[in-house]
Ligand binder design. Structure first.
Ligand code: ZN
Length: 154
């Protein structure tokens, strides 16, 4: 019984953390008046973790090593493949995610790879992009969020 309650507490705190992050993120977004309605539409219907991840990738404040290393000198800025782990690298270039990227590009009917900015800008690309991010396995919290959502729907 004690084990059960521990587990749910842990789940709860992580959930809150994600919620807070996306709330903070949302506040930043809504601070820009021009972007307000467009952003709201873009993030409409997303799980908070999905919205938070997309928002972080957009602003550059994401959980990628290149960004982390700026704040923590002990942290490597490299990807597992040995190159700097920037947003562009993960979205467009990393060979580790080639397979996931291939399916993203097929899905988008694109013949050439768009820029990271384009990928993150178009509502049309949003869901395939989330699918790609999930497939990379680089953002485990996103996958977890999707699992939770699936269970909620069942
Ligand atoms: Zn890489």
């Amino acid at each position: 019984m004690a084990e059960l309650s521990d587990a749910s507490e842990e789940e709860g705190s992580e959930w809150e953390e994600g919620e807070q992050a996306s709330w903070r993120c949302g506040r930043q977004l809504f601070a820009g008046t021009q972007l307000t309605s467009r952003s709201a539409k873009y993030y409409d219907g997303l799980h908070c973790r999905q919205a938070s991840l997309l928002c972080r990738l957009c602003t550059g404040a994401c959980a990628l090593n290149y960004h982390r290393a700026k704040f923590d000198p002990a942290q490597t800025d490299l990807c597992e493949c040995g190159k700097q782990e920037t947003r562009e690298h993960v979205l467009l270039a990393c060979p580790l995610y080639d397979e996931a990227r291939h399916s993203l590009l097929q899905h988008l009917w694109l013949l050439k790879i768009p820029t990271a900015g384009q990928l993150l800008d178009k509502p049309l690309y949003r869901n395939p992009l989330l699918d790609f991010l999930d497939r990379t396995g680089r953002f485990p919290r996103l996958s977890k969020a999707l699992e939770v959502e699936k269970k909620e729907k069942e």
